[in-house]
Design a binder for this molecule. Structure first.
Ligand code: HEC
Ligand code: HEC
Length: 340
């Protein structure tokens, strides 16, 4: 009997040791490259935000994707839903993919080069990749444009979505199931740990989570929690352009093609279509110094406002989405194209 017990112990102890080792290995591998920001934050003791939809199934996510890219989908009642907006889809102004090579920085030039490499558009709205990882929306000067409407939107992704669906896209309020589907879509379009450039040491800091506060701070330093927006000014003298900035033709070409033309090509969302003929470019140059819709600086910095009976409008570009330098690049491109 005694011998038996000893034998049992002899087997039990190593088994326990192996088991424990397995446990700690599992503990360490809780976070991996495919883990999302929210997985990491939960691992570090943070709570999920209100807009989290971790339980959403793939059918709902697909509906959200269709609403965002096509403006309509097949609803839960099996019927085709009404368009959110007659004029736009969300992706007219927002990309879905990663836009910034370094997610911790807002750098319009890095974003332009990245868009050019990846064949993406360069749009006035912020991207939906990682939008669920942001903590505030409609930041900076958007309050100037949309006033009190922004109050609710700033701290709620659901409210920001409703504001954009109704006002920014000249559309309508989303029904509950539509909003749910879009939130589910955002949720699965989160930033993953592999998208952050984490060193080995930083990985360990996150995994071990010995100092949770430090680890949360570390994680949040790796991506921006909001998309800043500063409304720019037109240059003091339109003909001289922005003081002290030299434009670059090739860069301006990228802005024209990846940004302006994404809406102004034939079949684009704007009724004003630009061909790449010398006449189009001459028209811009003719009005460069005038109070006219084709004043390049004014149209880019102020956009147009939706009016009764004219619901199509052009969103302005904040400086973070198109810098003064990039606008000057565009001007040089247009200027040269108007001469040959
Ligand atoms: C005509 C252009 C346009 C269309 C169409 C549009 N948006 Fe926007 N949206 C904007 C602009 C401009 C902002 C300002 C804030 C930003 O994105 O930087 C914005 C902001 C947002 C924000 C807050 C983003 C942030 O980080 O501050 C959300 C969420 C949003 N839109 C959702 C949508 C959805 C969903 C649709 C489709 C139903 C849509 N938008 C259609 C232009 C547009
Ligand atoms: C998100 C879509 C979008 C983008 C991007 C965009 N525009 Fe527009 N633009 C519009 C819309 C919509 C109008 C309003 C006219 C209409 O379609 O009815 C407009 C109007 C204009 C007009 C006035 C046209 C007229 O006949 O009154 C000019 C000029 C213009 N845009 C230039 C530009 C330039 C230059 C760029 C790039 C820096 C640009 N747009 C980027 C959508 C866009």
């Amino acid at each position: 009997m005694k011998k038996n017990k000893q034998l049992l112990f002899l087997i039990f102890l190593p088994a326990l040791a192996i088991f424990m080792q397995g446990q700690s290995a599992r503990e360490l591998s809780v976070l991996n490259k495919e883990s999302t920001i929210s997985d990491a934050l939960v691992h570090l003791g943070e709570e999920l935000p209100n807009h989290a939809r971790p339980e959403a199934d793939s059918a709902v996510i697909k509906r959200g994707y269709e609403l965002v890219t096509l403006g309509r989908t097949i609803g839960p009642d099996g019927k085709r839903s009404k368009y959110i907006s007659k004029y736009y889809v969300c992706t007219s102004c927002h990309n879905l993919e990663q836009e910034n090579p370094d997610l911790s920085k807002v750098d319009p030039q890095a974003r332009l080069e990245y868009a050019s490499q990846k064949g993406q558009k360069f749009l006035p709205g912020s991207g939906f990749f990682g939008i669920a990882n942001r903590e505030t929306w409609y930041n900076g000067d958007y309050e100037k444009k949309y006033g009190r409407l922004v109050e609710k939107a700033r701290n709620s992704l659901a409210e920001a979505t409703q504001l954009c669906a109704t006002v920014c896209s000249s559309g309508r309020l989303l029904e509950d199931w539509e909003l749910e589907a879009i939130l589910a879509y955002y949720w699965q379009n989160q930033i993953k740990l592999k998208d952050l450039e984490l060193s080995k040491q930083e990985w360990e800091q996150l995994r071990l989570a010995e100092n949770k506060k430090l680890a949360v701070d570390l994680l949040k330093s790796k991506y921006v929690q909001s998309s800043p927006a500063t409304f720019g000014q037109t240059p003091a003298n339109f003909l001289n352009g922005y003081e002290g900035i030299e434009g670059d033709f090739e860069n301006g070409k990228k802005v024209w093609e990846l940004s302006c033309m994404s809406c102004h090509q034939t079949d684009g969302v704007s009724t004003a279509t630009f061909d790449n003929s010398i006449l189009t470019f001459k028209k811009f140059m003719r009005h460069l110094n005038q109070d006219h819709p084709y004043n390049l600086y004014k149209i880019s910095r102020y956009g147009t406002y939706a009016d009764k009976g004219k619901p199509r409008y052009m969103p302005l570009y904040p400086k973070e989405r198109l810098s003064d330098k990039q606008l000057e690049d565009l001007r040089v491109f247009i200027e040269q194209k108007s001469q040959k």
